[in-house]
Design a protein around this ligand. Sequence first.
Ligand code: NAP
Ligand code: MG
Length: 399
Amino acid sequence: MQEKIKMQTPLVEMDGDEMTRVIWKMIKDILILPYVDLKTEYYDLGLENREKTKDQVTFDSAEATKKYGVAVKCATITPNAQRVDEYNLTQMWKSPNGTIRAILDGTVFRTPVVVKGITPFIPTWTKPITIARHAYGDVYKNTELKVKAGAKAELLVTNQDGSTETALIHDFNSDGIIQGIHNTDNSIANFARSCFNYALDCKKDLWFSSKDTISKTYDHHFKDIFAEIFENEYKQKFDAAGIEYFYTLIDDAVARVVRSQGGYIWACKNYDGDVMSDMVATAFGSLAMMTSVLVSPDGVYEYEAAHGTVQRHYYKHLKGEETSTNSIATIFAWSGALRKRAILDNNEELKDFADRLEQASIKTIEDGIMTKDLYALSNLENKKAVNTEEFLVEISKRL
Ligand code: NAP
Ligand code: MG
């Protein structure tokens, strides 16, 4: 019996709901605890405990993440009216991801796990494309009005000293619509720094795109803030790492992305990121293979799967029926968090374990052993569908 790998600093562990909570425990029992002397500070973000603590546990887990620097999170239910009944909630608690993101002020990076035998819908994409979405402002915090024919619509800004500025939007000679949107320099700068840090971290080129030729003040300001921060704080580090930052128009970016092999980070404004992340995720094949990490501008990391709690599978599981739920994205959340912890603590053994856990997971699928969602997509000839637990056991055999 080999000695278990030691950890110096705890990971912040955020447990969650439904099928992903079931998988969470299996991953720990089958793939991690036999090899690692796991140190975590545990927060139960399952909906029952959020109710019991009046959601305090979510805030505490985010504060702990700030303190320790690295967290791993299980998918959680965002309550809606139906969940309020189902779980007898006293309040429709907010999305934990929203709460954590607001406290860490971070950017979410989503990256697919690419395996042989599952060809993306764009077959030239042999390397993953990471989408970074700015998660504040623009059309997501808009103010909209319908206006009548004959109306004159203007922007009005009242400064702190009482002085005002106005700009004409449109003189309407028929009925129409207007919209006001905003962003802040602070939020844009935080977004930029999260992107530059993450690019350095994974040694990948960073692309950023917007529509500055049309939006000469608004989108151009994003471009300028990125350029200034890059020149002053990151250019030398990028040169040393052998990676590149480049800005291009959103439509040019789309054309380049489609023709590319992948392997870079694409930073998008809020709306572009919303649309492009679904496009990229779908093109790579499966939501169950999409990983996600929240990176704060000061370098705090929270790893998770991009998918939800896989509710339909959970109800089957509760009825005692067999499930075939794909655990890859959740495994990679663990390996990502363990690797980051290892790098911060200079723990070679732990880093090596994180690498081997990912390799064993990919090898299992490439050997033809996979859950049903991938079975439907795979073009391997010797493929075999297994259940939730068998899949993890097969990975452990290769670990
Ligand atoms: P979901 O859990 O992502 O699942 C949607 C469907 O995608 C599943 O029914 C399943 O399809 C397939 N799928 C997703 N992950 C899979 C996996 N690992 N293995 C196999 N199939 C997988 O989304 P949802 O059903 O819309 O949401 C359920 C709950 O998750 C909601 O309460 C929502 O609030 C929450 N949620 C949480 C997060 C988060 O914590 N980050 C994100 C999104 C949603 P089939 O049923 O066809 O097999
Ligand atoms: Mg969306």
